[in-house]
Design a protein around this ligand. Structure first.
Ligand SMILES: [Zn+2]
Ligand SMILES: [Zn+2]
Length: 510
């Protein structure tokens, strides 16, 4: 790791002036009445994201939160939505309402729900004013995908993973009990200034030396001194804000829920409890300060990848020796984002593993984990391995020892395809950002010849720090699968080697 922490961004924002913006202005607890007919039975119409009176079908225009900074490049200091302020530990979750229709007292546990029916007159009462227990965010992104569509997505995902699925799972799998859940996230807008300095390499030639099996590739490259300085506005960086989902333990496949991001968070609307009717929600249990390190690390990754868009000529990579990101302003909002969730608990002796298949209820992006039938996968991987070893003896190829890996590779690909253990949100590429006032320095230092590596030594412009899985960077089963397909379909030596192998196998059968 290099010395890129001359200024600690954590410190920077912790000591910045903080403005709290009240986001529940005008919100009313108790009965929310339809202005047309006075009914209180109001819920979300998923086809257009609007609230609708279930009695007279009147639809409400969604409200936006007011008072927040919309031009991120103007952000200074720290702005926090009132729904994102610190949770107060001894908040009483239970609220008692007097029903305005019949006068009865209705008790509601706000850690569980924010709407309830009056037992006597059946009016709906809701909590829209913020309480410092994390259950009422600033904004909500309404469900946009109905349950039936989510079921189809989940079924399609699982049906592609039936062969090695655990028999008990196959027997018990049903999408009847999928749940619509609003999970808590923090949305962070960031205004920053970046300065990067280092060296980059551009390939000028590639050629081969030696004959036959001794042949080797060599590269020529121009080495440059590189500087990039720019302003950057990052919009809606989204991080989970409950401990359960931030936890990367082995017992839960939380990473698949992370992987269905991004959401179209720019379409979030002002919180109203009626959006949650018919869905469940999980309340936020972490504060801004606990998420600062994660957010700042991810923000730096986003800035580094933004710089990469100006570095396309350095096809061999850039080695930064100095990376400075000055946080000028941050704006935090608490949000509920919509997820359709299928869950399945696998019991493996002492261990319990919770598998999820999650569908982004805005974009339909789907990711999941399917319990494997290990004996079958191991058995077939062994078979593949044996075939590989046999092939090794029949095929006259210099690197035919590679066949020894075939069984392991097969196991790995299948394991990744079912479990998706390294699937994650590629926030460094998918978060919205804008750069401005770009200053570039590119000075030729020297031309190098006869290099043996296709990449620059020490290149670090594509590293990602804000994720635990950064060793196998987003290497999902499907991506590994695609890699193998690419290897077969393109014309590299490896590809012709694999093709030969496949053709020979076919010949052996005859
Ligand atoms: Zn009505
Ligand atoms: Zn009542």
């Amino acid at each position: 790791m290099q010395q890129d922490l001359q200024t600690n961004p954590n410190q920077q924002m912790e000591n910045a002036t903080t403005t709290i913006v009240q986001t529940d202005v005008g919100a009313k607890d108790g009965q929310n009445k339809c202005p047309k007919c006075g009914a209180t039975d109001i819920s979300l119409n998923t086809s257009n994201g609007k609230l609708r009176c279930n009695f007279c079908r009147h639809e409400f225009e969604p409200e936006k939160v007011e008072g927040l900074e919309t031009d991120i490049s103007k952000l200074q200091g720290q702005i926090i939505g009132s729904g994102a302020t610190n949770i107060v530990a001894d908040t009483n979750d239970v609220i008692t309402f007097k029903c305005s229709s019949c006068g009865a007292e209705v008790v509601m546990d706000t850690s569980e729900t924010t709407t309830a029916r009056c037992h006597w007159c059946r009016s709906v009462l809701s909590v829209n004013q913020q309480i410092p227990n994390g259950s009422i965010p600033d904004v909500v992104l309404p469900f946009g995908i109905p349950k039936e569509e989510a079921k189809k997505q989940i079924e399609a995902f699982v049906s592609k993973r039936k062969f090695f699925a655990h028999p008990k799972f196959k027997e018990e799998f049903t999408t009847e009990n999928i749940m619509g859940v609003y999970f808590p996230y923090m949305l962070v807008d960031i205004n920053a200034h970046a300065f990067f300095c280092g060296e980059g390499e551009h390939q000028t030639a590639k050629y081969f030396r030696g004959n036959g099996e001794q042949q080797r590739a060599y590269y020529d490259a121009d080495l440059y001194h590189v500087e990039r300085e720019f302003d950057i506005a990052i919009q809606g960086l989204s991080v989970e804000s409950n401990l359960d989902k931030l936890n990367n333990s082995q017992e839960k496949t939380n990473n698949v829920i992370n992987a269905i991001m991004p959401f179209d968070v720019e379409n979030c609307v002002k919180y109203n409890a009626n959006y949650l009717k018919g869905y469940t929600s999980e309340k936020r249990d972490v504060n801004v300060d606990q998420l600062r390190t994660l957010v700042d690390t991810q923000a730096k990754d986003i800035v580094r990848f933004a710089a990469n868009e100006t570095l396309t000529q350095y096809d061999r990579g850039v080695a930064w020796s100095n990376e400075q990101v000055d946080m000028k302003g941050q704006q935090w909002q608490a949000a509920y984002l919509p997820v359709w969730l299928y869950s399945y608990q696998q019991v493996k002796g002492e261990h319990k593993i919770l598998h999820y298949v999650a569908v982004n209820a805005r974009t339909k992006e789907t990711m999941g984990s399917v319990p494997l039938h290990m004996p079958k996968l191991l058995g077939i991987s062994c078979l593949v391995e044996i075939l590989g070893i046999i092939a090794m003896f029949f095929i006259n190829f210099d690197s035919n020892w590679l066949f020894l890996l075939v069984g392991f590779l097969y196991f790995f690909i299948m394991f990744m395809k079912y479990r998706n253990a390294n699937a994650r949100h590629t926030y460094e590429l998918e978060t919205k950002k804008n750069i401005g006032n770009l200053k570039e320095v590119d000075q030729l230092i020297q031309s190098k010849t006869g290099l043996t590596s296709s990449k620059m030594e020490g290149a670090n412009n594509e590293r990602v720090n804000g994720t635990k899985g950064n060793l196998l960077n987003a290497l999902t089963g499907e991506q590994v699968g695609n890699f193998v397909v690419d290897a077969v379909t393109n014309t590299s030596p490896l590809a012709s080697f694999v093709k030969e192998n496949i053709e020979n196998k076919g010949d052996n059968k005859q």
